[in-house]
Design a protein around this ligand. Structure first.
Ligand SMILES: Cc1ncc(COP(=O)(O)O)c(C=O)c1O
Length: 372
């Protein structure tokens, strides 16, 4: 097979040993060296505050906010800094006016951080939650479009969606879904956790009311930090954490900022990770990851595993299923051979990022061949 020509492997930026094939970016990514160094410099700020004035930290918040905004095609004023995606979703749910009797539409087996806040909202406002079942043909987009337009069904008040299913990368084509949802008068909340940093995300194209993503997966940053885009007409709500920093004169989405915002460790790390993915160009990252996941899929032919058709899966995540379920202990067995992946809802989830190369794919395929 041809070597990947476009964006070269970026392993030199990481500390991944040659004999480790880390294909678990969808769980969490290793830190690039530059991000670790930014964190270490941040620790010194907190260790020796007399030598590193605290007053410099708010600029780090604005640097991280601006980079996060750039990644999703927003302006910095439209982005809040929060602690997690669940924090972002609680904020979104608390600030969406929805009429009773409508539906909350989402995919079955959605990630809990995108479910619970809206279950609560639905119960409080008399909304009907509709989980669209996993389609037999793998076409989530068609299944969701059919659900939006189902004759006789109550109107969709709100759709809570992701660009791909978190368990196996099943594509959810928001370019097709968003216009239909807007035409139906539905609010749209997007969890871009498994996309931002790996595939292009653009709030201008999808026009969500809210969109969130964390820093610890595809944007190569730390744990415990996330961003919330709020559309301009959703910025006059109330934060779920009231603190001095998010009261007026704070404006725009800063009104939803977390407490203890000025963390000298997390913010520079987040900014360094974001700057790195921005410098690589996310379209080029997606093209590279597509080649790697396609190579994985080609490698497993004949092993009794199946994946969604190429046009129905995201570039960055390959979910493999076996007819009677995956063999017990498969993930542990792979790990013993230096291949790191996750099992999610019955799928072996393989998720390479820019540190991975063809050798990692081939080690994974060889390990699967031995295991199966
Ligand atoms: C789709 C999705 N959303 C959100 C998260 C993380 O949520 P939180 O930041 O609330 O822990 C994950 C983590 O795996 C995820 O896969």
């Amino acid at each position: 097979m041809d070597a990947i020509a476009l964006l070269p492997c970026q392993r030199h930026l990481f500390e991944v040993p040659d004999d480790v094939s880390y294909l678990d970016a969808a769980a969490w990514s290793p830190l690039p060296r530059a991000v670790r160094e930014a964190g270490e410099a941040g620790l010194l700020v907190k260790s020796r505050p007399w030598a590193h004035p605290r007053e410099a930290v708010p600029a780090q918040a604005e640097r991280a906010r601006a980079a996060a905004a750039r990644l999703v095609g927003a302006t910095a004023d439209d982005v809040a800094i929060v602690g997690s995606v669940s924090h972002a979703m609680a904020t979104a749910a608390a600030n969406l006016p929805v009429a009773p009797g409508g539906r909350v539409l989402r995919v079955a087996d959605e990630f809990p951080s995108l479910r619970y806040a809206f279950d609560r909202l639905a119960a409080a406002r008399g909304l009907i939650v509709e989980d669209v079942p996993r389609p037999g043909d793998g076409d989530w987009t068609a299944a969701l479009l059919a659900a939006v337009e189902r004759p006789g069904a109550p109107p969709v008040a709100l759709a809570t969606l992701t660009p791909s299913h978190w368990t196996d990368g099943g594509l959810i084509d928001l370019d097709r879904l968003a216009p239909v949802l807007h035409a139906a008068g539905a609010a749209l909340v997007i969890d871009a956790t498994q996309a931002a940093g790996a595939v292009p995300v653009d709030v201008g194209r999808w026009r969500p009311d809210f969109l969130a993503f964390p820093t610890y997966k595809w944007t190569l940053g730390p744990y415990a930090l996330a961003f919330l885009y709020a559309a301009p007409h959703r910025q006059d709500g109330a934060p779920i954490e009231e603190n001095n920093g998010n009261r007026p004169p704070a404006f725009g989405a800063r009104r939803y900022d977390r407490g203890e915002l000025n963390d000298p460790v997390l913010l520079p790390m987040a900014a360094a990770g974001l700057d790195l993915v921005l410098s690589l160009d996310v379209s080029a990252v997606a093209a590279r990851l597509r080649l790697l996941t396609d190579r994985l899929e080609e490698g497993i032919v004949g092993l009794g595993l199946s994946a969604a058709a190429r046009h129905l899966r995201a570039p960055n995540i390959l979910g493999l299923r076996a007819p009677g379920g995956l063999p017990l202990g498969l993930v542990d067995r792979l790990r013993r051979e230096g291949v790191y992946a996750s099992e999610r809802s019955g799928a072996l989830r393989l998720s390479p990022h820019v540190w991975a190369d063809e050798g990692d794919v081939d080690r994974c395929v060889a390990a699967l061949r031995r295991a199966l």
